[in-house]
Write a protein that binds this ligand. Structure first.
Ligand code: TYD
Ligand code: MG
Length: 481
């Protein structure tokens, strides 16, 4: 007897249910279940009769030929992919609408096509004329990219199977693709998954590299096909603040390379420009001479990146003070605030705290703790930090400043950009690699740093005595009272 194959599939995470319900229990989203026909699998009666084929088992040791890579001609893109597109691999590029995905891929495909490779760009969202217009704006109209506006996966696969195998195929975007093999509407999880599967199969069979463009929902997930993330070889996200021209390409998953590298671009009137020295860019609009800013010497992948942390600590009358952070982990901010309260006598329960990483960069390193703490205390006591100093170090719950990796690279980058001092963990001082000509201020506990900054604040504040006394220790009161 034929089994019913209708089920309700969450359009956000792909979880399937027998009955309709308002909330998806898997991802917690509301109103995301849609009825879909999930047939297409082999009937049980046929499946059970088939005798399994035997296959050879291999050992872990042994040589596999290196994955042949195709350099895109864009250093920043190659850095993130781990040295170029891998033959037969599928890459998913996610990002907000309008962030520049199509621009990036138009540029990459044009550069590749100019070097003589067969490159195909399939647009499911824009008409051929629109893609041409963009290429014209980018000055790339002469590049021999093969272009089409198509959405049927079967038609695409048939067309691409003819002639030489393309080295690179861009599908912009996977949400617009549909295949005859499943009944659901385009854009549903079932369709997206089946289309991606067909394209992945084509890539593995022919050795062509495929880039799938994916949309991102407002909470940062690649919309719908979270399932696709598991199927592809690499996932990249293209990020940036709408108001700023910086764009950051980040590897979220990469079967053939590192996941901690970032590529930095700047969106200009003539397309994306590669930024080979991001520190210069992130520090270009520094607000010198303002309390509450500290420069963090960070590492992104293999590359040191200097970036400014900006803090604002302001008194509040609300029972629950606000804690807002952009570009950093909110739980790390809470931890730094707790350590400041518990070990350094810095009372922040009556203050709103805001922390921002300038330039739209998102920092994941714990090494930013020390710079964040310095910026916070500097804002609280209204004392400017030295403008020629960089900060890095991890803070433990006991208030000890712990060592971090790659001290020499951080110091070298700071020296290159004209910084004179570094505030860093005590144990980093003796590291091989020297001080790169910087004067080093090693701190082993956060209390030391807080005392140093507070001393700057009280020296400054002597001329304008604060209005209110005794509520908090004088050195932690804001200058404006
Ligand atoms: P696009 O690549 O279409 O974004 P996505 O494919 O991610 O949706 O880029 C759209 C934005 O980029 C659009 O707002 C205009 C801007 N842009 C430039 O600033 N300069 C350029 O040279 C191009 C082509 C686009
Ligand atoms: Mg686009």
């Amino acid at each position: 007897m034929a089994k019913s194959t209708l089920s309700f599939v969450c359009q956000n995470c792909g979880a399937a249910y027998n009955r309709w319900q308002g909330k998806c229990e898997s991802c917690g989203e509301w109103n995301t279940l849609a009825e879909e026909d999930t047939s297409g699998s082999v009937p049980v009666s046929i499946r059970s009769k088939r005798k399994g084929r035997t296959f050879a088992l291999e050992s872990l040791a042994g040589k596999s030929p290196d994955a042949p890579r195709l350099s895109s001609g864009m250093t920043e893109l190659d850095r993130v992919t781990g040295g170029g597109f891998v033959r037969g691999s599928v890459l998913l590029v996610g990002g907000d609408p309008g962030i520049g995905k199509s621009t990036l891929l138009t540029q990459a495909t044009s550069l590749l096509a100019r070097t003589g490779h067969r490159v195909v760009y399939i647009s499911g969202e824009e008409a051929v004329a629109q893609v041409r217009l963009r290429a014209e704006r980018l000055g790339l109209s002469d590049a021999p990219v093969q272009l089409a506006a198509e959405t049927s996966v079967e038609d695409i696969v048939s067309t691409l199977s003819e002639g030489a195998v393309p080295r690179l195929i861009v599908i912009d975007s996977i949400q617009t693709m549909w295949t005859d093999t499943v009944e659901s509407a385009p854009g549903t999880v079932t369709q997206v998954r089946a289309s991606a599967q067909a394209l992945i199969r084509f890539a593995k069979k022919t050795g062509a590299a495929i880039i799938l463009v994916g949309h991102v929902t407002k909470d940062g997930q690649i919309a719908g096909p979270r399932v696709v993330e598991h199927m592809v070889d690499a996932v990249m996200s293209f990020e940036g603040e709408g108001s700023q021209q910086f764009r950051i390409l980040r590897a979220v998953k990469n079967r053939f390379g590192p996941t901690d590298e970032i590529g930095v671009f700047e969106m200009t009137g003539l397309g994306l420009r590669e930024v080979t020295n991001p520190s210069e860019l992130f520090l270009s609009e520094r607000d010198l001479g303002t309390p509450g800013t500290a420069v963090f010497a960070g590492i992104e992948g293999t590359r040191p990146v200097l970036v400014e942390l900006q803090a604002l600590v302001a008194p509040t009358s609300l029972g629950t003070p606000r804690r807002a952070v952009v570009g950093w982990d909110p739980s790390r901010l809470s931890m730094v605030l707790a350590v400041l309260e518990a070990h350094c006598g810095v009372k922040l329960s009556g203050h709103d705290v805001y922390l921002n990483v300038a330039g739209g960069l998102r920092i994941n390193e714990p090494a930013a703790d020390l710079a964040a703490a310095a910026a916070l205390v500097s804002s609280l006591v209204n004392a400017q930090l030295p403008t020629d100093a960089v900060y890095f170090g991890e803070i433990s719950l006991s208030g000890v400043v712990r060592p971090v990796a790659q001290t020499p690279a951080r110091l070298k980058e700071a020296a290159k950009l004209g910084f004179q001092r570094a505030v860093l963990p005590e144990s980093a001082r003796g590291e091989p690699g020297g001080d790169a000509g910087l004067s080093l201020n090693a701190v082993n506990s956060l209390t030391t740093l807080v005392a140093e900054i507070a001393a700057r604040g009280s020296r400054r504040g002597e001329s304008n005595p604060p209005a209110e006394k005794n509520a908090t220790p004088a050195r932690f009161r804001r200058g404006d009272g």
